[in-house]
Design a protein around this ligand. Sequence first.
Ligand code: PLP
Length: 560
Amino acid sequence: MHTYFAGHGKEPLWTCTTGDGCSFILGCPECQSSNRRTLPCGRQFVGCDTIRTPGTLVMGGTVRIPMKQNGSGFFPSIFSENGESRPMYRRLYEWIRSAILTGQLRPGQKIPSTRYLASELKVSRITILCAFQQLSAEGYIDSSPGSGTYVAKSNPDQVTRLGFGKQPRLINHSQCAGSRRISRLSAKLSPFPTLPFGIEAFRVGLPALDHFPITIWSRLVARHWRQPKKEMLMYGDRMGFGPCREAIAEYVTTVRGVRCDASQVMVVNGSQQGLELSARALIDPDDPVWIEEPGYPGAFQALRGATSNLIPVPVDDEGLDVKEGIRRGPNARAAFVTPSHQFPMGMTMSPARRMMLVDWALRNNAWIVEDDYDSEYDFRNRPIAAVQGLDTNARVIYVGTFSKVLFPSLRVGYLVIPSDLAPAFCRVRQASDISHSTLEQAVLADFIREGHLARHIRRMRVLYLERNQRLVAEIQEQLGATVEIVSAQAGMHLVCLLPAGVDDTIVWQRAAKAGVASWPLSICYQTKPQRGGLILGYGGVDRKQIPDGVKRLAAVIQEF
Ligand SMILES: Cc1ncc(COP(=O)(O)O)c(C=O)c1O
């Protein structure tokens, strides 16, 4: 049984096309009366006699109609398919009902007025009223005069458990019909180990967030937001915001011995994007590329999208073994390296190896991508200058980040690019995310220029040294000779080698269950490592949390 509500005025009326004996209630949506020819509002029905005239409401084309924003958010779009045979009021009814049941429309959410919907959908208000009347009759929506129409606080399907089931939001799309093929690359990339928020000991890559000068940062954000220049709100330059690039150029020149000017600096969304852009700008499919063994899994991920020919080159106490690299892949197109603080093992590449690497790159027309992710935290206070500064032939792409020195969700990293490569990097950047948020770059530029960055780094260096020493002492005390600690006097993480034969992925999983975060060392290898281990981050762990974290970790390790 279908119920049609026909309004007054000269609107064309229509019939139910299902032909199943619908009843028609004639009424005025405004004065709420029904079955009368003369309404209390004084207007007359016109066209009541034509109500049985056959006809369907035809919608043209496939249209997507954005709906008006309401008090609690946005009203979802309504889709109207071409060639639909069901009457429009029915389609609208079903669409709203399904939006309520799937949670797109939330209990208590306001529904736009019939007038607004009628004008947006280019149908009569009667159509909208018919749909609303049905929804109201079934308890999906509530209307109150003068206040509008709202999604009911509870819907009938929740009560009866009919229709869309218990958890309509959790649709398992993998069971939908048809091939669900994805690219070979996306299937090949493995996810990083993640744990729920709240676990800090010993999360890798987490700085001391509670020591970040948030008041200063908020003041700078407010300064730029108060009366933002148009430039702040427009699409930004592919290379980045001028003042920010200048501040970064000054910083890396002074602190890291990088040789550059601001025109070579590209501000990116974290150094991970810097690695990915470098891979896409420099490498062709099947080009051989040296990667460190062990090395940074994020670099492997970035490179796998560019080439399938990764050549693992071992690292030793002096960093990347360049001679071995030449033996394994003399004609490599590039080498992706972490010379200042090797990830994950922590050694610094010796000056001799640096020279060999630069020399190899020059002779072979190869590129060096230098990932300098946390060299600010060298506790020995004698950080070795970047390889980029040694290179006189512009073969190095230098990658830096503010994730460790500020906070990771900022997603600001930077590349220092040889000037002739800048256009190529801009082209791949354009295909990726266009540019980084200008506002954040403006804030960062002030933060650097006003000396806050330098002060923060100095304070964090002291703090991380203390946390490093505390963690080392605690592991030695609680685990003794069971494990071997590989810890440089730098950075925010160390490696704890496990007893021979112990599978680090199992230890990592069990530690996670015990509430301790880490990374299994084996994810940093292309081949099976001789000895497994855990990478433990200490940057974001309060000194007092360290003993408890190690205690829980020790309990897990001692089970093996
Ligand atoms: C060696 C190395 N490179 C790059 C990154 C990525 O940093 P970002 O947050 O800047 O993308 C990390 C993060 O931990 C890292 O350890």
